[in-house]
Design a protein around this ligand. Structure first.
Ligand code: F6R
Ligand code: MG
Ligand code: MG
Length: 368
């Protein structure tokens, strides 16, 4: 009998320092991380790929140990620690910024780094897309996951492919009350939109087929909620499975052709267009942004990562990039006014409360 073990894909990321300012990861960090993961191939890991999106160092790993595995998380943590040391030696900006704790305690969740993972039995051919974002928060994926897995105007497979026709189940997390709910779609799309339309609080964590097979997984930590103060945006990652029962690769990347406003950008305090880019453009520049997203496509082969293909490095995405730039010009002109600046409620998790504290004594009642 052939032993069929499941494959786990783990994408773990952290900002441990960048140059200049918060714009991009230094090659010395990428080299160190790649080397540390390579040393574990054939041992803890099957395969690995290291890259970056803006100032975030992205570790893409495959193995057979399942999600939340202590050894895999410890490897990621140690890798970020070693890279933080290099960042400190080079006096890179924000060196070690996402390492919110001094000691590893079994799992990187809640310690600063972002994690998206999934475990599944590999199909005969298994395409996987890894999305990595900079200068935005985890709710940024809500719009896209809805379009990919619930909107037939984006994904014709939902209408014409019998294997997608039943729809999907969405697991939505409430980041403030730390609770979750499952929505069955298309039956419950209106109810689900009540929540996922408010992406600063409600985020889609997983998408499953109706028989419970994992289809998508995202990172959902909010650093400011963990740290109790503003410590940078969360710059989320997402893994999406594709083809043969899942949306086609082209259906998965199609919603990124719409310029969508997300929260983040300068000082984590502004709405701005989410721009899909190839790796050469995965560096945040204008006004520390605009927020951007990178997508690497792989075929899995017994856990090996065949690829990557840089999915947004394509003239097919030139128009959305141009539209994002136009959007950026329009919204930037509003300067410190909402809705370019985030709402006061969301600004609670930025550096604004410190300014408000200074002024608190000067407020007095309006005379009758
Ligand atoms: C946003 C981001 C940057 C910084 C900005 C100020 O997520 O990382 O826009 O917020 O450059 O950085 P500090 O406060 O480190 O000077
Ligand atoms: Mg940074
Ligand atoms: Mg970042």
């Amino acid at each position: 009998m052939i032993f069929m073990s499941k494959t786990t894909v783990s994408v773990i990321k952290a900002d441990v320092g960048s140059y200049p300012g918060h714009s991009r990861t230094h090659p010395a960090l990428l080299e160190k991380a790649a080397k540390m993961l390579k040393e574990q191939e054939g041992k803890l890991l099957i395969d690995s790929f290291v890259t970056h999106c803006g100032d975030d160092l992205e570790l893409i790993m495959t193995h057979t140990h399942g999600v939340d595995n202590e050894k895999v998380h410890k490897l990621a943590w140690d890798t970020f620690l070693e890279c933080s040391k290099i960042a400190k030696d080079l006096k890179l900006y924000g060196a070690g910024q996402d390492m919110l704790s001094d000691a590893f305690s079994g799992n990187v969740k809640g310690m600063g780094p972002g994690v998206a993972e999934m475990e599944f039995e590999e199909r005969g051919s298994d395409p996987v897309l890894v999305f990595m974002a900079d200068k935005t928060g985890p709710g940024a994926w809500n719009f896209y996951l809805y379009k990919i897995f619930a909107d037939p105007f984006n994904t014709p497979g939902l209408v014409i492919d019998p294997s997608l026709h039943k729809g999907f189940v969405f697991e939505v997390h409430d980041l403030i009350k730390k609770r979750r709910i499952m929505f069955t779609c298309p039956e419950e799309i209106y109810s689900m939109l009540v929540y996922i339309g408010a992406p600063s609080r409600y985020v889609i964590k997983h998408v499953f087929t109706k028989d419970g097979t994992i289809a998508a997984s995202t990172s959902t930590q909010r650093l400011s909620l963990l740290a109790g103060k503003y410590v940078g945006k969360d710059d989320p990652v997402m893994i999406v499975r594709s083809q043969s029962g899942f949306p086609a690769v082209g259906e998965v990347i199609e919603p990124f052709c719409t310029p969508v406003l997300v929260a983040g950008w300068m000082r984590g305090s502004h709405h701005g267009p989410f721009m899909p880019v190839g790796l050469p453009d995965a560096n945040c520049t204008r006004f520390d942004g605009p927020p951007r997203v990178l997508c690497f496509g792989f075929q899995l082969c017994n856990g090996r990562l065949i690829g990557p293909a840089d999915m947004f490095d394509d003239p097919g995405f030139d128009r959305v990039r141009a539209r994002c730039n136009e959007f950026a010009d329009v919204i930037r002109a509003q300067g410190p006014f909402e809705p370019h600046r985030l709402s006061l409620e969301e600004m609670e998790y930025t550096t604004l409360p410190a300014v408000e504290k200074e002024l608190s004594e000067r407020w007095e009642p309006i005379p009758e």
